[in-house]
Design a protein around this ligand. Structure first.
Ligand SMILES: [Zn+2]
Ligand SMILES: [Zn+2]
Length: 114
């Protein structure tokens, strides 16, 4: 996929969801914005910050931030895509748990998923 909204030079914002880190929340899987590098939590997560980032900014393409995955998602067409190699790192630290972060995931986490 070639798209003007993708900036391959921007590194991810950090190892965890920006908004969950701020609020003390937790996530299931992580997504990375292909425009600005914002890392947000997936739609299965309690707070769905990756989709909220698309709605707030209009940045239309995200990439999985999970180890071993390399797909992109276009919110406009609602289709999975292939995409270019973005700036490292490609995924959250391997030491990070799923769900994570470990010290903030409640015992009944499964009942909070979407
Ligand atoms: Zn989040
Ligand atoms: Zn963005």
């Amino acid at each position: 996929m070639v798209d003007a909204t993708i900036d391959k030079s921007v590194p991810p914002s950090g190892p965890g969801c920006v908004e969950c880190e701020r609020s003390g929340g937790w996530w299931y899987h992580l997504r990375r914005c292909a425009t600005c590098g914002h890392v947000g939590c997936c739609d299965t997560s309690p707070s769905q910050h990756a989709t909220a980032h698309w709605k707030a900014t209009g940045h239309p393409i995200m990439r999985t931030y999970e180890p071993g995955e390399n797909w992109f998602w276009d919110y406009r067409s609602r289709e999975a895509q292939r995409g270019p190699h973005l700036a490292d790192p490609q995924h959250h630290p391997m030491t990070q748990t799923v769900p994570g972060p470990a010290d903030r995931v409640p015992a009944d986490w499964q009942s909070h998923l979407h």
